[in-house]
Design a protein around this ligand. Structure first.
Ligand SMILES: Cc1ncc(COP(=O)(O)O)c(C=O)c1O
Length: 434
């Protein structure tokens, strides 16, 4: 059982004993004879993790409560911790100008637009946001939706169909996978970040497919590495495929002015067919978008179920994202500070013997531990020592890559970074064999 492999024999025996006394509501059938929820997908793994955490007398590292803004520091349980669990890459969440923009949008348009834009009509704030997003990606047009996850699901799910092929990086985000599943297209994963492997898969599968979509991320959310964009563009051209790049973790992070992987790698953004991004990270709001050709965006405005059958983005969120884009462009020193912080973290962590995998040190730095239980234990010990960092455990990643994942921010000071790496290295060593 992969997820308990990190336990000692005694702890494993205690865990198995506890598992055998599962409560009725976790079983497939309740004593009253009604169907229970125990056989829902993932229930067993969830149950096992909870039992393991209880057996080890740990607190769950999930759903920890914050009492304030998700910034470089956060108030949690009446004390301040250095926070590495939020995507507030440029420190714009809580910026007075962003908060003010959101408040005036509420005063002018209300909190909700109260219906789908298609049926109930437009407000200029949506068009303003979409123009800013299109410009950011050097695209003709953009469309904003209420969630980043839903943007991928509905766009991919609607564009592709059963006669088509979706070729995706093995580490692509769940929202892309869900969209691919919904579409009914044939799905083929290629080895993470390996354009040559992608080429081999295309050579083998292209002929049998009608449309082909290649899905990659501009900056991978689990590993903090980036693809060779020019190679993927070349593959898309060679095999008559569309290339879609998820820039959720690239905007504000890559490129001197935070415009993402095209800026970082000196590539004409028009070479990419579909840019996807979220408003929830650097842009300190909530929502997702597609930027690309006018034809594509216009089609999505009339065909994407997640847009036409869903409410328009809340005005306060649109306004916050617009103001965040303005600040990002006016203050590129924030992007430089973020990258300097992340590079320092990665260098110090490697010097301390921590395994940071393939991270390029832009904003996302994993510390790979190889055991889910070790990751949960270390996360708890670090929390006690004043650091908030989340473990990423099986089944989100294979057991051997269980890790802590650090999101670095421009809001962190050099002192925060040095304190964090030193504390992680010392605490990890003090745990011994878990
Ligand atoms: C690569 C990637 N794409 C899409 C999403 C979904 O975005 P959101 O959280 O804004 O819904 C995420 C979320 O973390 C992500 O990491």
């Amino acid at each position: 059982m992969a997820s308990i492999s990190g336990l000692s024999a005694k702890a494993r025996a205690a865990l198995l004993a506890r598992m055998s006394q599962r409560k009725p509501d976790q079983q497939a059938e309740t004593p009253a004879g009604r169907r229970g929820f125990g056989d829902l997908p993932g229930m067993k793994e969830h149950d096992m993790l909870r039992s393991a955490i209880e057996t080890l007398n740990l607190r769950s590292p999930f759903f920890r409560e914050h009492d304030g803004i998700a910034a470089g520091h956060s108030r949690m349980g009446n004390r301040e911790v250095v926070n590495f669990s939020s995507y507030n890459y440029l420190g714009l969440n809580g910026h007075p100008r962003v908060a003010e923009a959101a408040k005036s949008a509420i005063d002018r348009y209300g909190i909700s637009v109260s219906a789908s834009r298609l049926v109930s009509g437009e407000r200029p704030i949506h068009a303003e946001l979409e123009a800013a997003l299109a410009k950011l990606h050097g695209a003709e047009a953009a469309i904003a939706m209420v969630s980043g996850h839903a943007t991928n699901v509905t766009t991919i799910g609607q564009m592709m169909g059963p006669r088509d092929l979706i070729l995706h990086d093995a580490a692509i985000h769940n929202s892309c996978l869900e969209g691919a599943r919904l579409s009914g297209a044939r799905r083929v994963a290629f080895a993470h970040n390996d354009w040559q492997a992608a080429g081999r898969e295309l050579a083998a599968a292209r002929a049998g497919a009608s449309k082909v979509l290649i899905l990659i991320e501009g900056h991978y959310s689990m590993d903090g590495d980036t693809p060779d964009l020019a190679r993927f563009i070349a593959l898309a051209r060679q095999y008559d495929a569309w290339l879609m790049v998820d820039e959720a973790h690239s905007v504000g992070v890559l490129g001197a002015t935070g415009r993402g992987i095209a800026e970082a790698q000196g590539i004409d953004p028009a070479e990419v067919d579909i840019w996807m991004g979220t408003l929830s990270k650097t842009l300190s709001a909530c929502g997702g978008y597609i930027a690309g050709s006018r034809v594509l965006v216009d089609w999505l405005r009339h065909a994407a179920p997640g847009f036409i059958y869903s409410v328009g983005l809340a005005p306060a969120l649109a306004a916050a994202a617009i103001e965040s884009i303005r600040l990002m462009q006016a203050e590129p020193e924030r992007v430089a500070k973020l990258n300097a912080n992340a590079a320092l973290f990665t260098r110090l962590a490697r010097e301390a013997g921590l395994d940071t995998g393939a991270s390029e040190g832009h904003a996302i730095v994993p510390v790979i531990l190889g055991s889910s239980l070790r990751a949960v234990r270390l996360s708890e010990a670090l929390f006690q020592a004043g650091l908030n960092v989340q473990p990423i455990i099986f089944p989100a990643v294979p057991e051997k890559s269980a890790r802590l994942r650090f999101f670095i921010s421009a809001d962190h000071s050099e002192e925060d970074i040095r304190f964090a790496v030193k504390t992680v290295a010392e605490t990890n060593a003090s745990l011994g064999q878990v």
